[in-house]
Design a protein around this ligand. Structure first.
Ligand code: GBH
Length: 481
C-alpha cells in the first residue's frame, strides 16, 4: 500500500470513528486514522464466549436432568470451596441482562453452549420442550440485539443418566441424536454450530487425571477408548447437524489443541513446532483433520490403542466448515534431531510469567503459531478463536470498579499475535473472548475470575471491568488499542 492509499484508508477509518460517537480515547484515532499495522480485516467477527454449566444455574428447573458436573461438584472435595453450578451467574433467569452486556460491548457474535440435559434429561429419548424453549428465548434475544449466536452443543455437562458416560460408545451416538435434534430446532435462526468443546479436557481431565467430572483415573487402554468416543461423538455430530439443519449451517469444532511455539523463528524450529502440533494432538485434532490415527500414535499406544469400528474414522474426519481453537497457554519447542519427531518440548520455567490460574502461562505467540500451524498442516476453510482470555486476581476499587490492567495487558498481547496471523493471510475470521463475565471455573469454583464483567455472586450484579471498556473500543475501531 502506498502512502496515498494509507492516508485514504486512514481517513475513512477516522470518519467511521467520528460517526461512531463518544469513544473513550477516540480523539487520537480520529486525528491520525487507525494505523494500518493495528487493524483487523474487514468483517472480522468479534464476540464473547460462555458455557451453560458455568453461567446458567437453575439446575433443577423446567425439567433439566442432572449432569455429571452436578454430581461432581456436589461430591465433597472435588471443587474448590465446595462451590457448585447450582446458581452460577443465574443466567437462566438473567439472560436478557447478559444480552444487554453483549450489546454494550458492541460484539457481533456470542458463543454459548447448550445444556444437553435440559433438552434430553435422560440423555436420550424424550425431549423436554421447556429446555428447548429456554434456548429459543436466548437465541431470539440475541438476534433482536443484532448478535449472531455460535452454538456449542457440548461443553462438558454430560447427562448423568447415560450409562457409562464417555466410556460407553453409545454416548457418541446419543450425542449425535441430540446434536441433530437441536440443529433441527435452531437452524432456522442459528447458522454456526460447534460440536464439542476441548476434546482433551472432557476426556483426559475427567478420565485420566480425574480432576474434572466424572473424576476417574483410567488405565491407558480405557483412556484411549474414551478419547475415541470423544472424537467419534464430534464426527457423528457433524453428520447429524448437517442432516437435520434446515440449510445454511456451518459446522466446526472448538478444540484446545496443545499449541507449540518455536523457540526461535527459523525453518528448523518452525518445522519442529509443526511436527509437535501434529504428533502431540494425534488422538484429538489431528484425527479430526486427517480422519485417521497417525502411525506414531498407534505405535506408541500399542495394545492400548483404541478399538475402532468400520466407518468411525470417516465420520471423525468429516470435512468441517471451520476449525475453532481455544488458545491460552503455549508450549515452546526446539528442533532436536535426536528426539522422536525431531523436536523437544521445553518446560515452563520458574520465571515464566503466568496469570492468576497456576496453569495459565502467558505466551501470546501461541496466538500466531496456533493459527499458522493449523493452517499449514490442514488448510481449513476458516479458523476462529473460540476462546482466549485469562484469570486475574480482580479487586473492586473504592468506586466499586475493577481496573484490570493485567488482563488488558494479556489480551492486547495475544490479540497482537492473532492480528499478525490475519495480516499474513491465514484464514482467521473471528475471536471470542473468554469470558463475557466471571463464572463457575470448574474445579476452581468461583475462586478464579475470567470475566470482562465482574459478577458479585451474592447479588448477581454485573459490572464492566476496565477490560470491557478496552474491548469495546477495540471492536469499535476493528483495531488494536
Ligand atoms: C477452557 O479450558 C474452557 O473451555 C472453559 O470452560 C474454561 O472456563 C476456560 O478455558 C478457562 O479455564 O488445574 O493445572 O490441572 C481451558 C483448558 C482446562 C486448562 C483445565 C487448565 C486445569 C489444569 N483448561 N486445566 S490444572
Amino acid at each position: 500500500m502506498d502512502r496515498r492509499d494509507f492516508l485514504k484508508t486512514g481517513m475513512a477509518a477516522g470518519g467511521a470513528l467520528a460517526a461512531g460517537g463518544t469513544g473513550m480515547v477516540a480523539g487520537v484515532a480520529q486525528a491520525a486514522g487507525v494505523p494500518q499495522d493495528q487493524r483487523f480485516p474487514n468483517g472480522f467477527v468479534w464476540g464473547c464466549a460462555t458455557a451453560s454449566y458455568q453461567i446458567e444455574g437453575a439446575v433443577r428447573e423446567d425439567g433439566r436432568g442432572p449432569s455429571i458436573w452436578d454430581t461432581f461438584s456436589h461430591t465433597p472435595g472435588r471443587v474448590a470451596n465446595g462451590d457448585t453450578g447450582d446458581v452460577a451467574c443465574d443466567s437462566y433467569h438473567r439472560y436478557a441482562e447478559d444480552v444487554a452486556l453483549l450489546k454494550g460491548l458492541g460484539v457481533g457474535a456470542y458463543r454459548m453452549s447448550i445444556a444437553w440435559s435440559r433438552i434430553f434429561p435422560e440423555g436420550r429419548g424424550k425431549p423436554n420442550p421447556k429446555g428447548v424453549a429456554y434456548y429459543d428465548r436466548v437465541v431470539d434475544a440475541l438476534l433482536a440485539a443484532g448478535i449472531t449466536p455460535y452454538v456449542t452443543l457440548f461443553h462438558w455437562d454430560l447427562p448423568q443418566a447415560l450409562p457409562g458416560g464417555w466410556q460407553n460408545r453409545d454416548t457418541a451416538k446419543a450425542f449425535a441424536d441430540y446434536a441433530g435434534f437441536m440443529a433441527g430446532k435452531l437452524s432456522d435462526r442459528v447458522h454456526q454450530f460447534m460440536t464439542v468443546n476441548e476434546l482433551r479436557c472432557f476426556t483426559d481431565l475427567g478420565h485420566v487425571q480425574g480432576i474434572h467430572a466424572p473424576g476417574l483415573k483410567l488405565d491407558p487402554a480405557a483412556a484411549n477408548q474414551v478419547r475415541h468416543h470423544g472424537v467419534l461423538a464430534h464426527g457423528l455430530g457433524v453428520q447429524a447437524i448437517r442432516a437435520h439443519a434446515r440449510g445454511g449451517a456451518r459446522v466446526g469444532i472448538a478444540d484446545n489443541a496443545n499449541i507449540y511455539v518455536p523457540a526461535i523463528e527459523t525453518p528448523e524450529h518452525i518445522a519442529a513446532a509443526k511436527a509437535a502440533m501434529r504428533n502431540e494432538n494425534a488422538m484429538f485434532l489431528t484425527a479430526v483433520m486427517e480422519g485417521r490415527y497417525i502411525d506414531s500414535y498407534l505405535e506408541a499406544a500399542g495394545a492400548a490403542a483404541p478399538k475402532v469400528q468400520a466407518g468411525d474414522m470417516a465420520a471423525i474426519g468429516s470435512p468441517l466448515d471451520f476449525v475453532a481453537l481455544n488458545i491460552y497457554t503455549p508450549t515452546f519447542v526446539k528442533a532436536d534431531a535426536s528426539a522422536p519427531g525431531g523436536y523437544a518440548q521445553l518446560p515452563h520455567l520458574a520465571s515464566s510469567p503466568r496469570m492468576a490460574s497456576p496453569w495459565l502461562y502467558v505466551g501470546p505467540e501461541a496466538g500466531y503459531w496456533g493459527v499458522r500451524t493449523v493452517s499449514e498442516l490442514w488448510n481449513p476453510k476458516a479458523i476462529y478463536i473460540s476462546e482466549n482470555g485469562c484469570s486475574a486476581d480482580d479487586v473492586l476499587n473504592a468506586a466499586g470498579r475493577v481496573d484490570d490492567s493485567d488482563r488488558i495487558m494479556y489480551l492486547r498481547n495475544y490479540l497482537g499475535q492473532f492480528r499478525r496471523a490475519a495480516s499474513e493471510g491465514y484464514p482467521l475470521n473471528g475471536y471470542f473472548l473468554w469470558s463475557l463475565m466471571d463464572n463457575f471455573e470448574w474445579a476452581d469454583g468461583y475462586g478464579k475470575r475470567f470475566g470482562i464483567h465482574h459478577v458479585d455472586f451474592a447479588t448477581q450484579k454485573r459490572t464492566p471491568k476496565l477490560s470491557a471498556l478496552w474491548y469495546r473500543e477495540l471492536i469499535r475501531r476493528n483495531a488494536l488499542v
